[in-house]
Design a protein around this ligand. Structure first.
Ligand code: NAD
Length: 500
């Protein structure tokens, strides 16, 4: 058991006078406390912001290439420490070691994309737009910015936030999830080791109290949030009302449409990983399968059932013998099993029931077995709500059009996939669906670092996406300069607005 503080001034610190509240951090596989986390408050945030404000001007004065070199060193350190990082991540989150490495790699890839900062931060230049007049634009950082991140990707999402923000020349304050705080602290330490000056990246741990202080702080100019939709929506509206630039990414209910011509072997293999990987605790997990036609639905359930029943569930320490681990908290376990109960009450067919799963020696862990529902209908709570657990709901559609409209009418709009051999249908789906990230025979269409990531509807609030070029737009503002060097051009006073 150890204490976890905050990362300020290039080192771990604990709150003032030791009077901070604390929260337990669990190992979800055994249901035991492994650390006590300091929960910060407005005073600690104030200290971090003051230090960040002092550090940021010197950081932005370093040229972009040199800022990128800090990230290059950071990436080297991530590779070097990969095993240690993955183990620490799995201990608090519960995901398998190979999945934890994927979590780190997906963040690392965004750090690599940021190596291109000197190019991505270039402005435009037009010479001679008038007599002796040139015009150019430049991208400048926002100053001190903050990120608030969820438990389910403790490495990837903090990196998606701080790598582009820092390389653009901002100072960054990270408020990670209080359920998986170790990785963000380790990442901040590695950034220091990579050469980042003190106070340019700080971690202030905590809960709603710190988040409220971030939203209220006048010197924090932008907030990037990832988490559940109700919190995303609230932070977006309160942050905007306080004059900040805000982007908030929320929950999901991702549909996969399975056309009669799809190869069912390929579909069931893809769906098993997409629905149950990481115990379904992924915003891009597929949680709704929509087979088109009764015959497709029968084949789908028949192909899925044995695969779902054969899933291996266990602690990360069991290595590659395990497909997925426990849920994050006892409360999450209760919510997920409660929703499966609800689905049964509502009349859905529970083709595979994971509620009573137990694992010898891990009876206190937050494990839930994999469940598969059939004959779900749109009015059911299990269709409407994000379950965020190892539960796949099948809703049968009579036609492609009905399946498409179902996905389009759902509140969430993070990701969607279609399985088909027909290019026309796939193209129509990609064009018409009102969802941010689309897969064609790809179940988890997470865009790579050089494209942007973001959902529509209740899955995303704000104009710009995460990573890719949007991140450089979000973390900078554009200044446009019009300059005149009047070599012989002399003009009198002008009272009419200049035009081309
Ligand atoms: P969460 O909303 O509970 O927490 C996210 C962050 O908000 C944490 O840092 C937490 O401390 C803070 N927070 C929680 N309650 C708060 C409150 N009342 N006021 C202020 N701050 C608060 O989310 P979670 O359970 O950590 O993560 C899972 C959710 O995140 C799922 O809904 C998932 O779909 C979503 N998610 C979305 C994306 C995406 O890109 N769209 C990616 C990953 C996860």
């Amino acid at each position: 058991m150890h204490d976890i503080g905050h990362f300020i001034g290039g080192k771990e610190v604990f709150g003032h006078n030791g009077c901070e509240r604390q929260a337990p951090v669990f190992n979800p596989a055994i249901g035991e406390v492994v650390a006590n986390l300091s929960l910060g408050n407005a005073d600690i945030l104030e200290e971090a912001v003051e230090k960040a404000k002092k550090a940021q001007p010197a950081w932005v004065a370093i040229n972009p290439q040199r800022r990128a070199r800090v990230l290059m060193k950071f990436v080297e350190l991530l590779h070097h420490n990969m095993d240690k990082l993955a183990k620490a991540l799995s201990l608090e989150h519960g995901k398998t070691i190979s999945d934890a490495k994927g979590d780190i790699m997906r963040g690392l890839e965004v750090a690599e994309f940021c190596f291109g900062a000197p190019h991505l931060l270039k402005g435009d230049y037009s010479d001679s737009v008038g007599p002796g007049i040139d015009m150019y634009s430049m991208r400048q950082p926002l100053g001190v910015v903050a990120g608030i991140t969820p438990f389910n990707f403790p490495a990837m999402i903090p990196m998606w936030k701080f790598c582009p923000a820092l390389v653009c020349g901002n100072a960054f304050i990270l408020k990670p999830s209080e359920r998986a705080p170790t990785l963000p602290m380790m990442l901040a330490e590695l950034m220091s080791e990579a050469g980042l000056p003190d106070n340019v990246l700080q971690v202030v741990n905590g809960d709603k109290e710190v988040v409220d202080a971030i939203i209220a702080h006048p010197d924090i100019t932008a907030i990037g949030f990832v988490g559940s939709t109700p919190i995303a929506e609230a932070i977006y509206s309160r942050g905007c009302a306080n004059g900040k630039r805000v982007q908030c990414f929320g929950g999901a209910k991702n549909h996969a449409i399975i056309m009669p011509d799809a190869d069912m072997d390929m579909v069931s293999n893809a769906m098993i990983g997409a629905a149950y990987g990481a115990a379904g605790e992924r915003c891009m997990a597929i949680s709704i399968a929509v087979p088109v036609g009764e015959e497709t639905a029968e084949r789908f359930i028949k192909a899925m059932k044995p695969k779902v029943e054969a899933l291996k569930i266990g602690p990360y320490t069991a290595g590659d013998d395990v497909d997925f681990g426990p849920l994050i908290t006892a409360k999450a376990k209760e919510t997920v099993t409660g929703l499966v109960d609800r689905g049964v009450e509502e009349g859905a067919i529970l083709a595979v029931d994971g509620r009573n799963f137990t694992l010898q020696g891990y009876e206190k862990g937050y494990f839930v077995g994999a469940s598969l529902f059939d004959k779900v209908t749109p009015d059911m709570e299990i269709y409407q709500k994000e379950i965020f657990g190892p539960v796949l709901s099948t809703i049968r559609a009579e036609s492609y059009e009905e399946a498409l409209v179902l996905a389009m009418n759902h509140d969430y709009g993070n990701g969607a996939a279609i399985f088909t051999c027909n290019g026309d249908t796939a193209r129509d789906f990609a064009n018409r669906i009102n969802i941010g990230m689309v897969g064609i025979n790809v179940p988890i269409p997470v865009p790579l670092a050089y494209y942007t990531f973001g959902g529509w509807k209740a899955s995303g609030f704000g104009d710009l996406n995460q990573h890719g070029e949007d991140a450089f737009r979000f973390y900078t503002r554009t200044k446009t300069v019009t300059s005149r060097w009047p070599s012989g051009v002399r003009q009198g006073a002008e009272f009419v607005i200049p035009t081309m």
